[in-house]
Every structure is written in structure tokens, then in C-alpha cells.
Write a protein that binds this ligand. Structure first.
Ligand code: SAM
Length: 277
């Protein structure tokens, strides 16, 4: 079996291992959440708005830190992730924070979400952020699943690395330290890696280092959502991103990583889209 066909098993093992690392990692500071006032990253803090009273579905919720932050703000939340270790940690964190009454976590693959959460057209907000769609081979089916969970008029919030920046990486940098080309933007084929490093803990070395990902062009994401029954409310491009996407980026007071000089390319994108009635 090629890595391509093995993508789900490889990625699940990779993400299971990352959970234990992330629960202790400097990149995931759980102190504000434990103090009752969890924080999102700068971009979604500025864009998301009030979630109090909303029924929220958080897809690819990892170990639930953002899900529980939304619950602390008065939302009733369901988080879904395919990593059993992530869902166990999310349930433990919900219990620790006294949020089990308004937070539920489901262990399932994204593509099995409609049967794992048989609650079609019942959410006010579907929430997906940071490092999510790159793990999914079929972006059109993803968009249909997102749309299927939204009430008519419900909204979808999405923030992730900008596909234009994802063509670059630090493997073969340019002479001035800028990232070099790494993946063709419109290629769409699976990208297989053997990479033991972790974005949240520079010291960590993963045993389950093989993984498979996809670079989805911006037009595939937006058109997929429109074809699935959503209307685009807005689309933003940002010259900052919440993790150190490239070594040359510098961290500013907002906690995000920015280009050191000029905003060469967007590093992140975000959008809001609403379910057509
Ligand atoms: C980078 S993390 C998302 C981070 C999250 N936004 C946060 O705030 O911590 C990506 C998540 O996607 C999950 N994932 C990857 N492929 C998946 C799939 N096919 N189905 C469901 N979850 C998946 C991983 O287990 C992981 O928790």
C-alpha cells in the first residue's frame, strides 16, 4: 500500500502522538483556559464575534482547547477529531474545567462526521481553524459536510494557512534566508513526508513521523463552499499566522508570526460564509 492510500492510518498515528506533546508544549498555553478565560489567536479574536448562546460544531478540534474556550464564552459546543488521544484529552479537560454540560466530544474521521453526529442542519456556527484542511484529500466533500451541519442562515468560520504560502518551506531556503519553493500550487496531488519535528515544541521528535497532506488552492476551498450551498460573506488575507510557518518570521506582541520586513505573501486566510436559506 502506498503512503497515499495509507493516509488516514499514518496521519492518525502522527496526531495521536502529538497530543501528549502539545498538552505540555510552549505553543499551547492552557493557563488562561484553566483560569476560566481561554483565548483564541489574534485573527479569530478580531473576526469571530460573540458566540454566546450559539450551538457550535468544531471540526478537527484537536484536544479541545479552542472548543472549550468557545464553551467558556457561552456557546454549546460539539468537537470532532479522529484522534482517540485527542478526544480523551478533550474530555478530561472539559471535566477539569466543569464544562461537560455544554461541551461534547466525538471521535470520528471528518468524512464520517454526518453519521457520527446525526444532527444535520442544526448548528448556528461551524468552526474550523489552523492546520485543518491540509489533512483532507477531498475538499469538495469537506465543504458539503460543513454545509450539511449548518442551519439555514447559519455561518461557517474558517481560518488557516494561506495556500499561496504553503508552496514554500524552509527545506531549501533562498540565499537571503527566505523560504524556498516546495510544492506546486495547482498540483493537487498528495504530499508525503517523513518529518519528526513538531510545530508547537521544537525539542520534540515524533516516532510516527510519516504523514500525508494536500495543498488545496484558494479557489477550490471557496468554490467548494459556494457549490455546497454557502454564500461567501467575506474573505481576508493576512501577513501573519499563529505558528512559526517559516524560520525567518518574527513574533510580534499579538502573538502571531509576521514577515520581518515587507508583507511578501499572505501567510494566513480567513473567511466567513453563510448557509443559503
Ligand atoms: C493542527 S490540528 C488542528 C488544531 C486546532 N485548530 C487547534 O486549535 O488546536 C489538526 C487536527 O486535525 C485532526 N485531523 C486530521 N485529519 C483528520 C481527519 N481525517 N478527520 C478528523 N480529524 C482529523 C488531527 O487529529 C488534529 O487534531
Amino acid at each position: 500500500m502506498t503512503a497515499d492510500k495509507d493516509w488516514r492510518a499514518l496521519n492518525r498515528a502522527n496526531w495521536n502522538e502529538r497530543v501528549g506533546i502539545h498538552l505540555k508544549a510552549p505553543g499551547y498555553d492552557l493557563a488562561p483556559l484553566r483560569a476560566g478565560c481561554g483565548r483564541l489567536n489574534a485573527i479569530e479574536e478580531a473576526e469571530l464575534g460573540d458566540v454566546s448562546g450559539l450551538r457550535v460544531l468544531h471540526l478537527q478540534c484537536h484536544f479541545g482547547a479552542d472548543t472549550l474556550c468557545l464553551a467558556q464564552r457561552g456557546a454549546t459546543v460539539v468537537g470532532l477529531d479522529f484522534s482517540p488521544a485527542a478526544i480523551d484529552a478533550a474530555n478530561a479537560l472539559a471535566a477539569e474545567l466543569g464544562l461537560t454540560g455544554r461541551a461534547r466530544f466525538v471521535c470520528a474521521d471528518l468524512y464520517d462526521a454526518p453519521s457520527a453526529i446525526p444532527e444535520a442542519a442544526s448548528f448556528d456556527l461551524v468552526y474550523v481553524t489552523w492546520g485543518a484542511t491540509c489533512w483532507l484529500p477531498d475538499i469538495r466533500r469537506w465543504a458539503e459536510i460543513v454545509a450539511g451541519f449548518l442551519k439555514p442562515g447559519g455561518r461557517f468560520y474558517y481560518a488557516d494557512g494561506h495556500p499561496a504560502a504553503l508552496v514554500l518551506d524552509d527545506l531549501v531556503p533562498q540565499p537571503d534566508g527566505m523560504p524556498g519553493f516546495f510544492a506546486p500550487y495547482l498540483d493537487r496531488r498528495a504530499l508525503t513526508f517523513d518529518d519528526p519535528s513538531d510545530y508547537a515544541d521544537p525539542e520534540a521528535r515524533l516516532q510516527n513521523s510519516r504523514n500525508v497532506s494536500w495543498l488545496h488552492p484558494l479557489s477550490d476551498i471557496v468554490t467548494g463552499l459556494i457549490d455546497a450551498g454557502l454564500s461567501l460573506d467575506w474573505l481576508h488575507e493576512h501577513a501573519q499566522v499563529p505558528w512559526r510557518m517559516f524560520r525567518i518570521l518574527v513574533q510580534r506582541d499579538d502573538g502571531d508570526w509576521h514577515w520581518p520586513d515587507r508583507p511578501w505573501l499572505p501567510l494566513a486566510m480567513s473567511l466567513q460564509a453563510s448557509r443559503r436559506c
